[in-house]
Ligand binder design. Structure first.
Ligand code: ADP
Length: 273
């Protein structure tokens, strides 16, 4: 069975790593080789995450921000469903970052992000994130190269600001293979219940696979820091992806050790008529 430290030995990107995607297999089955065990582990972790979130909310001093990044079909939505399904809707805020609106574009790119950062006591999940501003924006040349280049340091500074203000950051790149993406896109074409998920522009992005790979590589090289390291999750199997992420989220919350506040009264002070 994989424990938290084993998992991190496998998926954590050390600050300053060069070409961190090299040699990383999206189908790597070292962690959670067995589906049944993985699913049982995820279910147990999801319950534990809910209980820990209750304490986090009662304490109301810190927040957890889980950033999910990955190309189309990499399983960001499925991760939210699979890992946080036991959490009460009051405790988790999920924000999906799509193409910026006119209003958002009129501000700096972190404006909408900061507004969505979780408040103390909450778990925030970003389904896509400000990293799009060094991924799709870079690959599709939506901003000049020098503007994008400055963003890595800006993002590191922003994350440090959050970290120094009570937000613990967990960043997961969901790493899938090109073959697995083909299968998932094909499913969206084959299954009428999934047609709504298919977007022809996903094929344009698929054609830019190598460019995205390069952009992800640079993002991992430049934005894995001590205060907000990246983890690259082998995500070709959905159940393994969920088990790995649930385990890391649970352990992070356990390490944060949120505590129920002590009231300044005793239960015996009161009688309920
Ligand atoms: P998803 O594909 O995640 O299910 P959408 O269909 O809403 O959700 O797609 C979101 C789209 O918004 C993606 O193509 C993504 O690349 C794009 N996007 C997100 N952030 C930005 C950004 N800052 N600039 C340009 N495009 C962005």
């Amino acid at each position: 069975m994989a424990n938290g430290r084993d998992i991190d030995n496998h998926i954590l990107i050390a600050p300053g790593s060069k070409a961190p995607l090299k040699g990383r297999d999206p189908g790597d089955d070292t962690l959670f080789p067995n589906r049944e065990t993985a699913e049982a582990s995820t279910a147990g972790d999801a319950k534990a995450i809910d209980a820990l979130q209750d304490r986090l909310w009662a304490e109301r001093k810190r927040a957890l921000l889980v950033v999910l990044q990955g190309i189309d079909t990499s399983g960001k939505d499925g991760t939210v469903r699979g890992v946080f399904n036991a959490c009460g809707p009051l405790g988790v805020s999920v924000t999906s970052f799509g193409r910026p609106s006119e209003e958002e574009l009129a501000h700096d790119y972190l404006w909408r992000v900061h507004a969505a950062a979780p408040k103390k006591g909450m778990i925030g999940v970003f389904n896509r994130s400000y990293y799009e501003d060094v991924l799709v924006v870079k690959v599709r040349k939506l901003a000049p190269a020098d503007v994008v280049d400055r963003r890595y340091e800006q993002i590191n500074a922003f994350e440090r600001h959050l970290a120094e203000n009570g937000v613990v950051l967990l960043k997961f790149m969901l790493h899938i293979s090109k073959d697995e993406q083909r299968e998932r896109l094909q499913e969206r074409l084959d299954d009428p219940a999934k047609h709504w998920k298919f977007n022809p522009s996903d094929l344009e992005d698929r054609a830019l696979w190598a460019d995205y790979h390069e952009a992800y590589q640079t993002m991992l090289e430049r934005c894995s820091t001590a205060h907000a390291p990246w983890r690259v999750v082998p995500a070709d199997k959905k159940w393994r992806r969920n088990a790995i992420i649930a385990s890391v989220v649970r352990r992070t919350l356990e390490d944060m050790a949120p505590a129920y506040p002590k009231p300044d009264w005793k239960p015996s002070d009161f009688t309920i008529a």
